[in-house]
Design a protein around this ligand. Structure first.
Ligand code: SF4
Length: 348
């Protein structure tokens, strides 16, 4: 019996496998296959999870999932050897675990947080610059997954003084899987890891390195406020209750420029997400986040050919203008080809 089943019941395990199959868009007939792969202890790959310039938010997002506790199962299945926030060991014991894992073939490398490139004093881990460790661990990694906006593209630290970069840019590689958003969504991380376990390769990614199974559509296309956008109802006054559920575009919503399945998947076990709780999309799944998206609550991206400020006022013409905004928004993100709006990101 697998060690896994000493912690959870078989029923719970199969429930999680069924959930994972749905997450990956697989038929339920694949549940048995997923169960076999996940339960095969001998096949579980060692995982090294490094943290650089981060807030540990992606870790919290990952271990905070409760229904179902897929992350717990995955943590058992993947044999997490090194993770500064969750491991019990510290100091030389922890670094020894890292050195031992580096002797094995095919480990998975997960990076949370960005890598500073200016001045060696920034982000020292175990007495070494973080970037040195990233390079060393990347050498023999079977797969490299950058979790969160910081590891993917630099994120908030990328707007600061440390010259912070994402993993792909830092290593100069185009085979890094980017699970962007701030923080990374637990289901995006679990789905990517399980895909790798099932198929022995990375899932299909878009031109920004993001798995298409999670980052294929614009936030805007699945937004519950989309109807208000098309009616020309744009919130301009936070204190006006009549405008409470109106489109947040004029308040800086980056949904028309941002690819992620947040409106469908939501956060905190499907409880809510940014736009639904009135905050507007911040564009955290895109490479331009943070500097290119700030100030977050102001419209920062001018859309060529459309005077967006007048749209909310000119209600008589808003439907056409709104659609123009949408398609021009797609053009602005490089997704709109000559033949019209595509279904998703460009494939590599
Ligand atoms: Fe939703 Fe933002 Fe698009 Fe408005 S602009 S419909 S709030 S995603």
């Amino acid at each position: 019996m697998s060690e896994l089943f000493t912690r959870i019941s078989r029923k719970e395990f199969l429930k999680a496998c069924a959930y994972t199959a749905a997450l990956l868009g697989l038929e339920q007939s694949k549940v048995d296959h997923i169960a076999k792969v996940l339960a095969k202890a001998a096949a579980k790959p060692p995982v090294i999870w490094l943290e650089g310039q981060d807030c540990a938010g992606c870790t919290i997002s990952f271990i905070g999932s409760t229904a179902p506790s897929v992350s717990e199962i995955i943590l058992d299945v993947i044999s997490l050897r090194y993770h500064e926030t969750v491991m019990a060991g510290a100091g030389r014991v922890a670094e020894g675990a890292l050195e031992e894992t580096l002797k094995e073939e095919g480990y998975v490398m997960i990076v949370e947080g960005s890598i500073p490139t200016k001045d060696g004093r920034f982000c020292m881990v175990a007495g070494k610059p973080f970037g040195e460790t990233v390079k060393k661990v990347a050498e023999k990694a079977g797969a490299i997954i950058a979790v969160g906006a910081c590891a993917a593209y630099g994120g908030i630290p990328g707007a600061g003084p440390t010259g912070a970069k994402g993993v792909a840019e830092y290593l100069g590689r185009d085979d890094i899987i980017n699970i962007s958003t701030c923080p990374a969504h637990v289901e995006h991380v679990v789905g990517t890891v399980v895909y790798y376990l099932l198929y022995g390769k990375a899932p299909e990614i878009d031109k920004e390195g993001r798995p298409l199974m999670f980052f294929r559509t614009l936030i805007h296309d699945n937004c519950p406020r989309r109807g208000q956008f098309e009616k020309g109802n744009y919130l301009t006054d936070w204190n006006n209750l009549e405008e409470r559920d109106w489109c947040l575009y004029l308040k800086g919503c980056k949904g028309p420029f941002t690819y992620s399945d947040c409106p469908i998947r939501k956060w905190n076990d499907g409880t809510n997400w940014c736009v639904e709780c009135g905050a507007g999309c911040q564009g955290c799944a895109e490479p331009a986040f943070y500097a290119g998206m700030s100030p977050l609550f102001e419209k920062t991206q001018e859309i060529k050919g459309v005077d967006v400020d007048t749209i909310g006022k000119a209600l008589g013409v808003v439907v056409g203008a709104g659609l123009a905004v949408h398609f021009i928004g797609q053009a602005a993100t490089g997704r709109l080809g000559k033949g019209g709006p595509p279904e998703g990101g460009e494939k590599k």
